[in-house]
Unconditional design. Structure first.
Length: 123
């Protein structure tokens, strides 16, 4: 597993420093904001727009994500160790046990793939 990194992106720097006005200005117009593998330890993300942010393999130890809607955010491989998570909407494919293990022990989240619809065989 790669170490969490500081991403060379003005939006990332603004988010880490708590400057949400600059963060939102920097992400305006972007289809996807790639913070995969990012070190977001202790970052206050409560008021940040994370809808188009890729948080795959991100490190969210002690981050404050209270009240966020993360149902459509890629959290595959992310760690939420001791993060503040009350009121967070997580994707349905992340089990409560996965969330507990990540929060309590820092394990990486492993979302289950949604079950495929059975294919109907024509006879």
């Amino acid at each position: 597993m790669a170490k969490p990194c500081i991403i060379d992106d003005p939006a990332f720097r603004a988010l880490r420093s708590g400057n949400l006005q600059d963060y939102h200005r920097c992400i305006r117009g972007r289809d996807v904001v790639d913070f995969s593998g990012a070190d977001l330890r202790g970052t206050d993300l409560r008021e940040a727009n994370l809808q188009n942010v890729n948080l795959r393999n991100a490190y969210l130890r002690h981050a404050d994500i209270r009240g966020q809607d993360l149902r459509n955010v890629n959290l595959d491989g992310a760690s939420i160790h001791n993060a503040k998570i009350s009121g967070v909407y997580f994707a349905k494919n992340i089990s409560p046990e996965e969330l507990r293990l990540s929060w309590e022990f820092g394990t990486r989240l492993r979302p289950a793939t949604p079950p495929k619809k059975p294919t109907r065989i024509k006879r």
